[in-house]
Design a protein. Structure first.
Length: 215
């Protein structure tokens, strides 16, 4: 990628990014047309390939761009909040707001997850796996594990929680035609799942009080 892309004015960069995402979402990587992208972005084809050496470089750049947007979600993590499930609720609200603000970015990310093209699938998979691992690592910093029942294996419990979050994300991605439709009902549905896990994982109030008094 040519550094000249980052020297463009912000609105022009956004036009190129949005036009490219729209085309990849609509037609997938293989069938996506750079002619359509440059037309919608209002630039020449020569300019596009001055900024990006080929369609693949553009596609992989867009994945990195989604990671920047997603980082806004993780920056909303309050590391001073020791209760994991309260923390998850705050992240869920922040994620919903960012998805409403950047629906096209999350539509593109969904299309990447379902992209069959061999030319980009491996590279995209590696980038997405790194994004997911980074997110989970940030999620569990400074959690108060003493809130969990003494009989709970914390490592396995967090694995189950991760699986639940990934499964829920996949479920609502399949329910939404576009992230423009994301709304508070999805957050409410997640809270129902989270409540089941919290009741299974956490000590009850009397156990917590007794544990505090014993110290």
């Amino acid at each position: 990628m040519n550094e000249a892309f980052f020297n463009l004015q912000s609105d022009k960069r956004k036009r190129i990014i949005n036009a490219a995402m729209q085309e990849f979402v609509a037609n997938g990587y293989t069938s996506a047309s750079t002619n359509t992208i440059v037309k919608d972005a209002g630039i020449s084809k020569g300019s596009l390939f001055h900024y990006f050496s080929n369609k693949k470089d553009l596609y992989l750049f867009l994945i990195d761009h989604t990671n920047i947007v997603i980082q806004d979600v993780y920056e909303a993590i309050d590391l001073e909040e020791p209760d994991l499930f309260k923390r998850l609720s705050k992240i869920g609200f922040a994620k919903m707001k960012i998805q409403q603000q950047y629906p096209q970015t999350f539509d593109f990310l969904t299309s990447v997850l379902n992209e069959p093209a061999e030319d980009v699938r491996q590279f995209a998979g590696e980038k997405l796996a790194a994004m997911q691992e980074s997110g989970f690592n940030q999620l569990y910093v400074n959690v108060d594990w003493s809130l969990f029942k003494d009989t709970i294996n914390v490592e396995k419990a967090t694995e189950i929680l991760n699986w639940t979050m990934m499964g829920f994300s996949e479920k609502y991605r399949n329910k939404l035609a576009t992230f423009k439709d994301v709304g508070p009902e999805l957050l409410e549905e997640w809270e129902d799942y989270a409540a089941i896990l919290k009741n299974s994982y956490y000590k009850d109030h009397s156990q917590r009080r007794n544990g505090d008094e014993s110290h």
